[in-house]
Design a protein around this ligand. Structure first.
Ligand code: NDP
Ligand code: OXD
Length: 316
């Protein structure tokens, strides 16, 4: 059997998690850690990366395939000296399930007025608030890829009316869908907006004042809610804050930010109708990431096509 090709790992994840996952991964494959600056990486053919060192591609000039440590690849496509080789993004049931849990949690939190009840609890106030049901609201999901479709289905199971928008129209049982040119029609029906878009030149800053003003006003929650777990570069944070202050938005749940970590002086931290999580909606399970990468390397070595390859022209 031919010798297995070396793999270089450059994942800026929790070190212990990577070590633990590596202990049971890639049996028989040479694994090189980019964190050792003296290691010769010139023989590496595969790289598994998340926020890699800027000189990785100089140290490893013979790579054949790049594996993203996450579903998003914006962090890779902007790397200096990026080689012209296939980039495989991370698609996995655990990542998808975790994201849908977060999205459903946020939609239910706004439906059931969790931020307002937490405020009342802090103030020892016993007051029942009005209680619409999920069926009284329409959740609009922007981005109907792997994550958006699963979230849409699970929101539907919870009883919400669900509609979705993506560049090309999708057919999803029980969910009305809109294509790229139908954004206005989609927004005018949306009470809770969920962003699950990749960051590309087309989606940069898409969640801005003009977009928020086109969401439905006067729905069962009175004012629309904005939920984003795609990428922070897609939202104009000053516009989010202004829309919340002006009552154009009634609330928000944000997992991603223009600058991460979210600066301590951001007004978003202290807004009572805003839920902030630290880019934690769906963490990559490193063991699953390595299993996935190995399966794809085996395909590649058998001459089979790689799966979930990024289209560099569209940027995702
Ligand atoms: P996919 O590539 O599977 O789906 C992307 C979706 O966005 C597709 O439906 C695509 O449309 C749509 N889209 C892209 N560009 C446009 C555009 N210009 N106009 C309209 N629709 C557009 O990605 P995933 O679902 O796997 O992941 C989505 C994003 O979620 C990732 O890119 C990443 O940024 C983020 N993410 C965040 C995490 C977190 O913890 N916060 C964890 C994991 C991912 P079409 O179907 O027509 O191609
Ligand atoms: C991802 C992420 O893209 O963690 O997977 O944001």
């Amino acid at each position: 059997m031919p010798a297995k090709k070396p793999i270089v790992i450059d994942l800026k994840f929790e070190r212990r998690e990577v070590d633990a996952a590596l202990a049971n991964a890639f049996s028989g494959w040479p694994v090189l850690r980019a964190s050792d600056p003296d290691l010769d990486l010139s023989e590496a053919r595969y790289a598994i990366i998340w926020k890699p060192d800027p000189n990785l591609f100089q140290r490893a000039p013979n790579l054949e395939v790049l594996f993203s440590g996450g579903a998003g690849v914006d962090h890779i496509l902007t790397l200096p000296d990026l080689p012209d080789i296939p980039i495989v993004r991370f698609v996995d049931e655990s990542l998808t399930t975790r994201m849908s849990e977060w999205v459903v949690l946020q939609a239910l939190s706004h439906l059931r007025q969790v931020p307002a009840y937490l405020k009342q609890q802090r103030e020892r106030q016993w007051r029942e608030l009005s209680q619409p049901e999920a069926k009284d609201l329409t959740v609009g999901v922007m981005g109907l890829g792997v994550l958006g479709q699963d979230s849409a289905r699970k929101l539907k199971i919870m009883g919400f009316n669900v509609i979705g928008w993506s560049r090309s129209r999708k057919v999803i049982d029980g969910i009305e869908t809109f294509d790229g040119g139908e954004l206005d029609a989609f927004l005018s029906r949306t009470d809770i907006l969920v962003g699950l878009l990749p960051l590309t030149p087309d989606t940069h800053g898409i969640f801005n004042a003009a977009l928020f003003s086109r969401l439905r006003q006067g729905g069962a929650l009175a004012r629309p809610v904005f939920i984003n777990a795609g990428r922070g570069g897609s939202q104009v944070e000053a516009d989010v804050v202004a829309a919340l202050e002006a009552g154009v938005l009634g609330g928000a749940s944000l997992d991603v930010f223009e600058k991460e970590p979210l600066p301590t002086d951001s007004p978003l931290w202290r807004m009572e109708n805003v839920i902030v999580t630290p880019h934690a909606a769906s963490a990559s399970d490193v063991r699953a990431l390595f299993r996935n990468a190995q399966a794809q390397m085996e395909r590649h070595e058998k001459g089979e096509p790689l799966q979930n390859v990024v289209d560099r022209r569209s940027g995702y």
